[in-house]
Design a protein around this ligand. Structure first.
Ligand code: MG
Length: 266
């Protein structure tokens, strides 16, 4: 057999083995793990001018509504969600897309501990206005309560002017879901919202007794802000009264766009 013929046979063998993925389990794994690329939802959140324009516009409307309100002369409160309301976590979702991964508690917790979420456009201005007008801010988030310190640092790092006097952050606890009775507690944030409004959110002063007086008093709830219908008291996807919410949007509630995830997606 001459040298040229040997080369042709060798090349054919290499090609044959390369094409037959079943002959090589490593190739199968590599193929399965190949990323499908970014989802439309992540692209829209990260790349579109529309997302920035909409969130800015919605927050500006809410800020103006707050300025035009006749505010209570007694203590008043704005309750806000954190994720996709104050903090933009689309880099976490981008990471999932690029690895063909799904949400897991572990990967989410690791992301929270990185403290790398950015601010949602328009959110800082709205929060500043709450403080300027004399309101207090309750952050009711479904991040785990054990991670409150990470969440707090991420918020201050991106420019939210929060401190323990003007803001209280309460992450999710086991009792929040267990308390749902479909009467007074309809969704897993109602228990915490009720505690804030009645002045019984004791977690606000556990670590700093000097702020107890500030939080241990009843509040008038002036605004509720989130990206999920359940960020509105006693509301779920199933019981939403659209006509009622339409009248309230931008006046005493604000729902922001989040195409990546929500109570609508499960
Ligand atoms: Mg959220």
């Amino acid at each position: 057999m001459n040298k040229a013929l040997l080369s042709v046979i060798a090349a054919s063998l290499i090609l044959a083995s390369g094409n037959d993925v079943n002959a090589n389990p490593t190739n199968n794994t590599a193929k399965a793990k190949q990323s499908k690329g970014l989802s439309t939802a992540v692209k829209w959140t990260q790349q579109s001018q529309e997302f920035t324009l909409l969130t800015h516009y919605l927050y500006r409307q809410a800020t103006q509504a707050l300025r035009e309100k006749t505010l209570p002369t007694t203590p008043w409160l704005v309750i806000m969600d954190v994720d996709e309301t104050l903090l933009n976590n689309s880099d976490y979702n981008k990471r999932l897309d690029l690895s063909n991964g799904n949400y897991t508690n572990e990967s989410w917790r690791s992301w929270v501990h990185e403290e790398n979420a950015s601010a949602i456009p328009g959110a800082i201005e709205f929060v500043n206005t709450v403080f300027e007008l004399g309101g207090q801010l309750a952050l009711v988030t479904n991040r785990n309560q054990q991670d409150d310190a990470y969440t707090w640092r991420n918020l201050t790092n991106v420019g939210f002017g929060i401190n323990s006097t003007n803001t209280c952050l309460v992450g999710k606890r086991a009792q929040d879901k267990a308390a749902i009775d479909n009467k007074q507690i309809i969704n897993d944030k109602d228990l915490r919202r009720n505690a804030f409004v009645s002045g019984n959110a004791s977690l606000c002063w556990t670590h700093k007794s000097s702020v107890k007086q500030r939080w241990n008093q009843p509040f008038t709830l002036v605004f509720q802000v989130g990206d999920n219908i359940e960020d509105i008291a006693k509301t779920t996807q199933k019981n939403t009264d659209m006509n009622s919410l339409l009248k309230r949007q931008g006046k005493d509630i604000l729902i922001l766009p989040n195409a990546m995830y929500g109570s609508w997606s499960h």
